[in-house]
Ligand binder design. Sequence first.
Ligand code: SF4
Length: 859
Amino acid sequence: MTSNCKNYSDTISIPENFPFPYEKPYEIQINFMKALYKTLELSKIGIFESPTGTGKSLSLICGSMKWLRDMKEKQKADLEKLIADEEEEKKKKALNPSSGFSWLTEHEENFEKNLQNMALRDSLDKQVKQEKEFNEMKNRAKTRSKQKINNQNKAVLQAKNGQEEKRNDSKDENFKDELDLILDDYKSDEEDFKDFDDDDDDNKEDQLTRIFFCSRTHSQISQFIGELKKTIYSDSARVVSLGSRMNLCINDTVLKLGSFQAVNDRCLELQKNKKSTNKSGSKKSKIDSGTKEPYDIEDFGKAGREEKICSYYGARYSIPSAEIIALPYNILFQKETRESFSINLKNQVVIIDEAHNLIDTIAQIHSVEFTDQHVYQSLTQLNNYVNRYKSRFSAKNMLYLRQLINVLTGLQKIFTTKDENAKLENSNGKISFKLSKMWTVVEFMTITKFFNLNFVKLLKFCEETQLEKKLIGFNEKFYPKVDVENEENKGVVKVKKECKNSTENSSSENQPMIKSPIMLIKQFMKALSSPLYDGRIILTIDPTTRSTLKYMLLNPNICFDEIVSQAKSVILAGGTMKPVSDFEQLIKEKERIEYFSCGHVIPKDNIACLGLSTGPTGIKFDFSYNSRDNNQILDELGRQLIKLCSIVPSGLVVFFVSYDYLDKVVNHFKKNSYLDKLNEKKTVFYEPRLSSECDRVFNEYIKAIKKPKPNSRQDGAILFAVVGGKMSEGINFSDELGRCVCVVGQPFANIKSLELQEKMQYLNKTQERGPNDKLPGQIYYENICWKAINQSIGRAIRHQNDYATIVLIDARYCNQSLFALKEKLPQWIGDSFKQESFTYDNSKIMEDLVKFYAAKSKK
Ligand code: SF4
């Protein structure tokens, strides 16, 4: 275990025992929970690394819940003592009243004391209120289960309600009333619009400490809730799972609108007109969650439908009575979304799981990308809409609609950017352009002349008039199946022709159009008008694919900083958090950082990691960009993999640096009969480029290992996969599915990429140099590579009795000190790295591998 917790004062008391669901937790789990407890107690920011299969989620739950409950108990005890002391003092004073001027000093002292006490009393009152609410929930749940006996009556009632609702909503279907499609008059920019989505002050005022558990996807949150159900906190923890309206809305008519924004807009509009789905008529009804066991997002959805309470608002209004709030990344990391949920992180504990790619994920959440097709689709919709209703719009509406058309026209022009140096001529003499260009926000606003427009006001107009939703309705009513090629669709054709230069050769011409492309344009405008963000706009024109325009956020640390500066404690947890320098760069208050990394639950001799700098015939494995296509090296790789197939039992997974390189290697293997030889020993599978094919290939791979063909000489299967591809995350190669995981080469990102170069330069300008005076851009570049490697090799060992070897095939792995290599690998893998890799020749290393598997087969 690595932890710097021991540097802190020993005055805080850390429990020796934690309520773990299994009789005796492993030592690493106890250490994890102790380190977590200490980090929370000291209000620090923790970077916690714990390999998959070591019970990370359970350790996070048990360590943090134990701390939360202890903290509350302590607060209660402190208060009770305080109140008792006060009473005692009052009694004493009544017996010895003060005389002379001493009453004045006493009064001042009492005033100070009272202020302090009031804060504590307030906190206690809130705790009591929270507990009371939860108990009420439990009682309601009991009553409801009794009521369920009378199912027949309920069914009749529900059917009736359903009909009522259908009647109310029938007008929404397909926007039968055309008046609904026309924008309401937009009155004034200065007018203070009431935000119908922002009246839940309860959540804002309450500053009780809670645990915000955040993960990337809903299924990861469901897994977390599943783990929570195994603990003693299952029936007592008050849990709320948050999701978007798209996840939790129970009004099917609204859900049918299909787009995130349209569902939001329609929901807000229904509330304005008091037509939202809600049993009490008020959207402040809560979902009685966690009365039997914690709910995940799906459970919230089901509960809402059963009770006819909106699950979305039900979850939101349940926050004050919750101790744990489970939420996806996009709710936590977007300030606006956080605010719309009334989440105030002051004094809160934030646990971010699966945090290994946190920086890129935050940057992605705040970046926007769209194609030329999205622009002309938006422009077409808007032109058609304006043409139909212009005589009925107010002057102000027309002003803003024209501005929006100007923005779209400006974007359209950008897609026709030409560069004589990027000219391409096809066999018919036709000229096209392939180029990438990048601008700062100021440059972009200047060349597009957007600086004349006030995006903030324009966005407000779009929001207030619900333009996006009206456009969707308009399009569905009048252009249900717009054929962009149809000459009769005049407005459409006009725009299509203007865009033709950039799209006519596109291979993805028949891509399905999205329902609400203007949503992307709005996000883009929002990004351009955010003063705190530092971003770049990148145009990519390629006649073989769709041309794209992208806003790239360069400083995701701003978004993270908002969270760190408010929260009491932030925990970043993941299976492979190394290298950690990225995270350190993300956190301003370096003195608050705690680092914890633990080993695996497996015995030490169940894992061996080694590097191969040369192949079986002594040829150097140089997979750097300039040498990796060398036929001699590819031949040597073929021989090496055949050798490994003979040594490794069952499943062997080989990761390559990209799909293109994988194709190249496979073609070479096919031509030179290496593939046939590999197939003699193991069935060969390749990771498909299409996600939809992944499950099929993986299932066939499993079948080849677990149910080999009768009389087959093959032993298991070999899978060629891609680092950072679909099989490098989320798929477990446990037991015989991955007795050996190899990485061929080092997956450095394309250094010629404009985006990467700009990001590196930006870091060089804004961050301090690292160890050995290394430029921060270079550190970032190397870290991307190592995080991807660590994700892939972390797939191998998944539980206590598992065993596997990890083989890093490239001389560059052995061209550094063991210390430097260990700094980059997860600790549990770094500790198992065989130092002999630096000195032994290939045959000696293969002998060691044979011994490793022989020892395992005896057990
Ligand atoms: S209030 Fe709830 S159920 Fe009604 S439309 Fe909004 S999200 Fe859907």
